[in-house]
Design a protein around this ligand. Structure first.
Ligand code: AMP
Length: 185
């Protein structure tokens, strides 16, 4: 059995930055579905061509497509050997249900990094990513509340939810996350 975790949090909550550090700390593989999709866009693959306009609009790629990508990734040798931290997945109840099947007992913890809507909006406007237009930001936050926030209760029912206050400096949040993970695993 390996160590599997997911990290939830609004876009701009700092979850990507924390995910890289957490994965390194525990020697597990960081899997960001957003990074995988951006790489596909860069490479101009069929997936990338389909995903680009969806991402630019702040919409979600369909569950079928993203579930397929994650399933492939979780089967790779490095993940089977070292475990994983999923960042940006799952984002819908349909994806969480699929992950439960895929990861089974390897999924030990769901971290929810809590940062207010006001604070994440400010952070996103200042990071200047291509899909960080005011319209796309608003749409992503709306979809997060509608599609992703129900997962907090979903993972609570699975008894693996761990809620962390995500405001403060990167190091403060990191220390908080690490101490909570160590208590839980
Ligand atoms: P992120 O870097 O996680 O903010 O992801 C960037 C964009 O990729 C999102 O706005 C979505 O369009 C798409 N995306 C990433 N992960 C998922 C997912 N699990 N389900 C659907 N769309 C996703």
């Amino acid at each position: 059995m390996t160590l599997g975790m997911i990290i939830l949090g609004r876009q701009g909550s700092g979850k990507g930055t924390q995910a890289v550090r957490i994965a390194e700390r525990f020697g597990i593989i960081h899997i960001s579905t957003g990074d995988m999709l951006r790489a596909a866009v860069e490479e101009g693959t069929e997936l990338g061509l389909k995903a680009k306009s969806i991402m630019d609009a702040g919409e979600l790629v369909t569950d079928d497509v993203i579930n397929g990508i994650v399933e492939e990734r979780l089967k790779k040798e490095d993940v089977l050997h070292s475990g994983f931290l999923l960042d940006g997945y799952p984002r819908t109840v349909g994806q969480a249900t699929e992950l439960k099947k895929l990861a089974a007992e390897n999924l030990k913890l769901a971290i929810n990094l809590e940062v207010s809507i006001e604070e994440v909006t400010q952070r996103m406007l200042s990071r200047g990513r291509q899909d960080d237009t005011p319209e796309a930001i608003a749409r992503r936050l709306e979809l997060y509340e509608a599609e992703t926030s129900p997962l907090i209760e979903w993972f609570d029912k699975e008894n693996i939810l761990c809620v962390i206050n995500g405001s403060g400096t990167e190091n403060e949040v990191y220390e908080r996350v690490i101490s909570e993970i160590e208590k839980s695993i």
